[in-house]
Design a protein around this ligand. Structure first.
Ligand code: MN
Length: 576
């Protein structure tokens, strides 16, 4: 069972925020728990605006990059934008392609094919580029570890500007300009931009340097989808980019997104960042995982509604195929997991087969690790090489675990919750043993996996629409800015508590202040039967959300976890 930790907040900060903003202590606590400590910071947080973006020239080599782009445009030479095949990479490529096109550049785009080209820059572009005599290559969301391809191009007289956001040891020596905030010694103040975000910064740099209005606001929808697709923290500049980008998106002026909205059945307005992540993002991602992402850039940059509808329809088919592949992977993996789950010392699931497509093992691993609460690695084998994807339900740092077993891996990368690796087939068994041991030790070392951080403890009576309106102003929610979680303690469970639907609980509760409310526990029937709760006491961890039903709006307490603090009297008697 997990423990809930309410983040401690400095009482001075609390007083400043609540007095300065005229909000309740509860509201002040929620915003303070996001690292906001002054009234000014809070105002910025509430109204993300373009003027909160950092100066693009804080990138050390922005000047160099802008100069190279302008020279090539005035010389009338051709530019190739080299993107990447995931959501971030195609959005970023679309941003640069469209932005440079509007300056009258002779610009083309290239998106690598996951199966043909693998990760990073595609080797095949250098030969072709040299043949057609390109004037410049600009990478988006890749290139930081492609020194050899960059050298080949540079040696052939084609300069390369790298715009990227991946971890990097040292600057690619032959790059004409290198724009990556993660480079050591880089002066840019924010390291968490997505690839699409970095591409946008280059256009901002060009705009500023030329002293013209490039109307870059119209590209923010692409920045938002790329940023959400890349799962970077929604803080600092990303918060402004996503918020403004979602406003731009909601105009549905870009035929590509308008078409995807229809095929994915997303509501036209009032959608959340999370809803974009479940509708638009997987569709922008799917072609790159299954076939070729080139058509996604075509979709996102076309002004032709008919063309957009046609491509969106094709993508829908590809997405259906991806979903079917995912279900197969998840089904297979769950079958294996069911066999192993009760085995002693089973700290991880690692399954490997040549039946799976490497494009979907990540989603399969996410589903399995989520449903079983165990770190999971799924490996797709092909020609003696396995491509693996790891997901962890939390607490266990995936990257650290892979690092510990790196002697069995060809290559690996990732962060806390997710990672990927490649491995020789003959090393898979040793890797499984090593990985299982590493996770077992990490679990024994710490109990972090059982701690959930909540924002604030509240009373039932405080959970009203006013507080919910306040919480809504903290959106968009996502990594780095989680939707607020509240703890409500000391609740008596009343008789009216019942099952609703097939697996949900409607809990009738009251507290010492005599406040009576019905609160909803989605899927809580998996954990609790009404009879084992009624007459006892509980505390709950919950989200506070607005529920709109038949034109009526009400505050809804959505319980994500229940702790029983007192068993019902009858149950106690049974035990004695
Ligand atoms: Mn990326």
């Amino acid at each position: 069972m997990s423990s809930w930790l309410v983040r401690p907040v400095d009482s001075g900060i609390l007083a400043t925020l609540s007095e300065g903003l005229g909000i309740s202590t509860t509201a002040a606590r929620i915003i303070a728990s996001r690292g906001v400590s002054t009234v000014d910071e809070a105002r910025q947080f509430f109204s993300p605006a373009l003027d909160q973006l950092h100066d693009p020239f804080l990138f050390r080599e922005m000047g160099e990059a802008v100069k190279a782009v302008r020279e090539v445009i005035s010389a009338g030479k051709r530019i190739l934008v080299h993107g990447d095949y995931d959501a971030d990479g195609v959005c970023g490529a679309s941003i640069l392609y469209e932005g440079l096109l509007s300056l009258g550049a002779d610009v083309h785009f290239f998106v690598p094919n996951r199966k043909k080209d693998g990760y990073g820059m595609a080797r095949r572009i250098s030969e072709r580029s040299l043949k057609v005599g390109l004037g410049l290559v600009i990478t988006v969301d890749c290139g930081s570890s492609d020194g050899d391809i960059v050298k080949e191009l540079a040696d052939g007289g084609i300069p390369v500007i790298i715009t990227d956001h991946h971890e990097i040891g040292e600057r690619v020596p032959d790059a004409k300009a290198f724009i990556n905030a993660k480079l050591e010694g880089e002066t840019y103040p924010f390291t968490e931009l997505s690839g699409a975000g970095v591409a946008f910064k280059l256009l901002q740099g060009i705009e500023k340097d030329m002293g013209i209005d490039m109307n870059l606001g119209r590209l923010l929808d692409l920045v938002a989808v790329g940023t959400l697709g890349d799962y970077v923290p929604l803080i600092d500049e990303n918060r402004a980019l996503v918020t403004l980008g979602m406003i731009e998106l909601a105009k549905w002026e870009r035929p590509g997104f308008a078409a995807l909205r229809k095929t994915s059945k997303l509501v036209a307005s009032g959608f959340t960042a999370r809803q974009i992540c479940f509708t638009i993002v997987p569709r922008v991602n799917a072609p790159g995982r299954i076939s070729s992402a080139r058509e996604v850039v075509e979709l996102l940059t076309t002004s032709d509604e008919e063309k957009a509808a046609t491509i969106a329809k094709e993508i829908e088919n590809i997405n259906d195929k991806r979903k079917a592949l995912c279900t197969q992977v998840t089904k297979d993996a769950c079958e294996y997991a069911d066999i192993l789950i009760n085995k002693e010392n089973q700290n991880v699931f690692v399954f490997s087969t040549d039946r799976w497509d490497e494009g979907v093992v990540g989603i399969g691993a996410a589903r399995v690790s989520e449903s079983y609460g165990i770190p999971t690695a799924l490996i797709a084998e092909h020609d003696g090489i396995g491509k693996g994807s790891v997901r962890s339900p939390g607490g266990i740092n995936v990257r650290d675990m892979l690092q510990k077993c790196s002697r069995y891996l060809i290559a690996f990368g990732g962060h806390r919750e997710a990672g990927g690796f490649s491995i020789k087939k003959e090393d898979i068994n040793s890797f499984i043993k090593c990985f299982n041991k590493a996770v077992g030790e990490a679990v024994a070392d710490s109990d972090v996996h059982t701690n959930i951080h909540a924002d604030v403890e509240v009373l039932l009576a405080e959970c009203d629409l006013a507080l919910i309106s306040f919480i809504e102003q903290l959106a968009p929610f996502g990594p780095g800015n989680a939707e607020p979680l509240v703890v409500i303690r000391n609740l008596d469970v009343n008789e009216k508590t019942r099952i609703v639907g097939r697996k949900h609980l409607r809990l009738a509760v009251s507290d010492v202040h005599e406040t009576k409310l019905e609160i909803i526990g989605f899927s809580q029937l998996e954990n609790w039967e009404p009879l084992n709760l009624i007459g006892g006491k509980i505390e709950v961890l919950a989200h506070l959300r607005r529920n709109v039903w038949k034109d009526k709006e009400e505050a809804q307490i959505q319980v994500t976890e229940i702790h029983q603090t007192e068993k019902p009297a009858a149950a106690l008697q049974d035990q004695s």
